[in-house]
Design a protein around this ligand. Structure first.
Ligand code: HEC
Length: 310
């Protein structure tokens, strides 16, 4: 339970009272199921770093998410645009938003408002079948579902007004979207740490050390010096016994002592470095470079690569 404010605490208490409780293997539910770690980890696509002695260094987000399922009502007859809206709710809402407004969940997910002014039906179907950038392909949707989506998104007239919902979405439930368990203040509805860096001894199967990664400076919680932050992007470990990692929402890149986890250095990036740094040497001089693209989870964006050298 968060102790940082009465508001955050009450939010968490109320929400937990509503959702499903049980063991680890409960199927997802309509009332909601808490996932911890969440859809994005724990550790995630940034990966881990490892050294030849068999120590693995990996960052993790400590962010709970809530998964909900929505029931599809069988035999319900609707016009194509309404069915399209249901397909949208099932397959697209998690990224493009409840009102087609887009989101910054995966970089910049574009708004689909007034889509008909920008693309026609063949282009839409092509985008859906092939996917685009981080948007996955929806080639497995039926022709019916694709036509219904087109009717909804391009507001085209469809003569047949009496389609069975279940014919376009043959599954009993739709997925309610990727939702973090965050309090009204925008932070995880749990106590810190919200992000950590761990060294795991693979020879022993033991955690060698574990430290918080990143800090939400706007918040002071009694007894907590570093909150850690949600993080995307991984670490590297060098022969000079250093770990370099950005990944945090506080837009910093840091160096840690690989044997103790002590933070040795940090620098401010123009936006969060949701990336894994690289190291290279040129003319005998070693560099560290990282992409500071930001953009995710409501963070500012930038187009910078930032490089450091001694
Ligand atoms: C995982 C997140 C995600 C999901 C789910 C998703 N999209 Fe997208 N969509 C994106 C992203 C990101 C882009 C931008 C891709 C690019 O330009 O690189 C995009 C682009 C599009 C575009 C092109 C918009 C334009 O202005 O050119 C359309 C149309 C679209 N999506 C429709 C849909 C529909 C319909 C669904 C559901 C069947 C859907 N998307 C599901 C992330 C998603």
């Amino acid at each position: 339970m968060p102790i940082r404010s009465q508001e955050a605490r009450q939010f968490a208490i109320d929400k937990l009272a509503q959702i499903q409780k049980g063991n680890q293997f409960q199927p997802p539910s309509e009332e909601g199921t808490l996932l911890f770690p969440g859809f994005d980890g724990g550790g995630e696509w940034g990966g881990a770093a490892a050294d030849p002695e068999g120590i693995m260094y990996i960052n993790s987000s400590e962010m709970p998410w809530i998964m909900t399922m929505n029931k599809v009502i069988k035999g319900q007859k609707e016009d194509m645009a309404t069915i399209g809206k249901n397909v949208y709710k099932a397959a697209c809402i998690s990224c493009h938003g409840a009102n087609l407004e887009g989101s910054n969940l995966y970089g910049n997910v574009p708004s689909l408002v007034n889509l008909k002014d920008r693309i026609d039906k063949p282009q839409l179907i092509k985008t859906l079948k092939n996917g685009k950038g981080v948007m996955p392909s929806f080639g497995t949707l039926s022709e019916n579902a694709l036509n219904a989506l087109s009717a909804y998104l391009l507001q085209t007239e469809e003569k047949d007004n009496n389609k069975d919902v279940a014919a376009t979405w043959p599954y009993p439930y739709t997925f309610g979207g990727y939702k973090r368990f965050i309090a009204p203040d925008g932070l995880a509805a749990i106590n810190p740490p919200w992000g950590q860096l761990s060294a795991i001894d693979l020879n022993l199967g033991e955690i060698k050390w574990q430290v918080t990664l990143g800090n939400v400076e706007s918040i002071k919680i009694a007894g907590i010096t570093q909150t850690g932050t949600e993080n995307y992007g991984g670490p590297i470990v060098t022969a000079g016994n250093l770990i370099f990692i950005a990944a945090t929402t506080d837009s910093k890149i840091r160096a840690f002592d690989k044997s103790t986890g002590k933070e040795l250095w940090s620098a401010k990036l123009p936006a969060p470095g949701f990336s894994t740094p690289a190291t290279f040497s040129k003319n005998g001089k070693q560099f560290i470079v990282t992409a500071a693209g930001g953009g995710k989870i409501g963070q500012r964006s930038s187009g910078y690569y930032v490089a450091y050298a001694l």
